[in-house]
Design a binder for this molecule. Structure first.
Ligand SMILES: Nc1nc2c(c(=O)[nH]1)N[C@H]1C(S)=C(S)[C@@H](COP(=O)(O)O)O[C@H]1N2
Ligand SMILES: [Mo]
Length: 423
């Protein structure tokens, strides 16, 4: 089911809304997935591929593929699935589940989950550990919903110069959804966190293919984990999560990069000391300085785990199918978002950064962790090539600027420039 484009806006605090997904529906979903397993249809495309009023633009050599529960998405790798959302899907406030990007580290991903036997374990440095079925989570805890952006640390990595290794994402390793589930804080209250707790770890059902590899486990500080925002979600845009986006449960860490949003979440463990696992100590680290920047000649010696998202904005219209005409008004359109302070301003330049004008921000309010969509009417005086740029300012006063570089290609948020041909 597609999320309607003009649905009534809701404040994150207006929720919960009703979440009446029947058990039958769940079981049906699980059964379908088990039977179908995760085989994909894959097609090779040339420069352009028309679809649903938008266009999938892929670099030479990339493919599009249709995985279970998904539309055709840009495929970086098939094992593990790494699928990118085409830009035209960002002309809606909420990214449809079918088009939401996918990223797993290991090929050993769950392809079916039996909700009769599945349990989420919550334990470790606590008074009384529990195991809960999805049904018990739904019944025993207050449901909460929040609209939040889930963005891969390496979103837009392919544009870094010099180029860096890792998934060569365009701008489509991001999505905005309404997540519904229970507060992690409520779960932790139920098990009774013991004093001196330091961190909480999260692990999913996916397994590394080799003994020598480390299971994907992430950690949050106890203060963060017991805050109001962090959820264990069982729904995405009012539906059970797609298998590829973490069915039946995933962690939702609003404002923080997607690496913390552990999918097919099965184990939550409270630790009395800081977690020292590979995915916190070795991977997903950024230079410890203001802009997480370093140079190839001078790599940062001090690093910290990646954390809150920085402010950024991108243009989603014109796309390659749109024709912009001299002397005719054209509505430029895009999205902006940050790590949770909200978007206060978006400015647009059509002359390569010489002059800037304020874009209109949509007045729909999905809360501070959501995409903010913007528009600006533009009547080019002449034909030719125009350099269109966009610059967002966040609620806490941060402004997009020059692009910084780091060896992992994380946190790209410099002002982007696109060249628009005007006829
Ligand atoms: N269990 C599990 N959760 C995971 C990952 C993973 O490999 N395994 N990858 C993380 C990373 S790096 C990203 S970008 C997001 C992607 O979320 P999505 O596939 O729902 O878009 O999932 C995160 N959660
Ligand atoms: Mo990621």
């Amino acid at each position: 089911m597609r999320t309607p484009q003009n649905e009534t806006p809701k404040q994150a605090t207006d929720l919960p809304e009703s979440i009446d997904v029947s058990r039958r529906k769940f079981l049906l979903l699980a059964a379908t997935l088990a039977a179908g397993s995760l085989t994909s249809a894959c097609s090779r495309v040339r420069q352009e591929d028309y679809q649903k009023g938008g266009i999938i633009q892929v670099k030479e050599g990339l493919s599009v593929a249709r995985f279970p529960e998904k539309e055709e998405l840009i495929m970086l790798t098939d094992r593990p699935p790494q699928l990118e959302t085409p830009l035209f899907y960002y002309r809606q406030d909420l990214t449809p589940n079918e088009a939401f990007f996918v990223r797993w580290h290991f090929s050993g991903i769950p392809t079916s989950v039996d909700l009769q036997t599945f349990k989420l374990e919550v334990g470790g440095h606590v008074q009384k550990p529990v195991s809960l079925s999805v049904e018990e989570l739904r019944r025993q805890f207050e449901p909460v919903s929040i609209v939040a952006v889930n963005q891969c640390s390496g979103n837009s990595r392919s544009y870094f110069a010099p180029q860096v290794p890792g998934g060569q994402w365009g701008h489509g390793a991001v999505g905005n959804a309404r997540w519904t589930g229970v507060r992690l804080k409520d779960l932790l209250n139920k098990v009774g966190v013991k004093s001196q707790a330091a961190q909480v770890t999260f692990a999913g059902l996916d397994e590394p293919p080799l003994y020598s590899m480390h299971k994907f486990v992430k950690a949050l500080d106890i203060d963060h984990a017991t805050g109001d925002d962090v959820l264990v979600a069982y729904e995405m845009n009012g539906e059970p999560l797609p298998m590829l986006n973490g069915f039946p449960l995933r962690l939702v860490v609003p404002g923080w990069y997607a690496t913390y949003w552990v999918k097919s979440l099965a184990k939550i463990e409270v630790l009395a000391s800081k977690f020292d696992g590979f995915w916190m100590e070795k991977a997903y680290r950024i230079p410890k300085n203001e802009n997480a920047s370093e140079t190839p000649e001078n790599l940062a010696k001090d690093t910290v785990p990646i954390n809150r998202m920085n402010v950024r904005s991108i243009v989603v219209r014109p796309d390659v199918t749109d024709v912009v005409r001299a002397g005719k008004s054209f509505e430029l359109e895009g999205i902006a978002f940050d790590g949770g302070s909200g978007i206060s301003k978006v400015e647009v330049s059509v002359d390569g950064g010489t002059t800037w004008s304020a874009a209109r921000l949509d007045d729909t309010d999905y809360g501070k962790f959501s995409f903010k969509r913007w528009r600006m009417s533009w009547t080019p005086a002449s034909s030719g090539k125009f350099k269109v740029m966009t610059r967002a300012t966040s609620g806490d006063g941060r402004v997009q600027g020059a692009q910084f570089w780091n060896k992992s290609g994380y946190m790209r948020n410099g002002i982007e420039q696109i060249e628009v041909p005007v006829v």
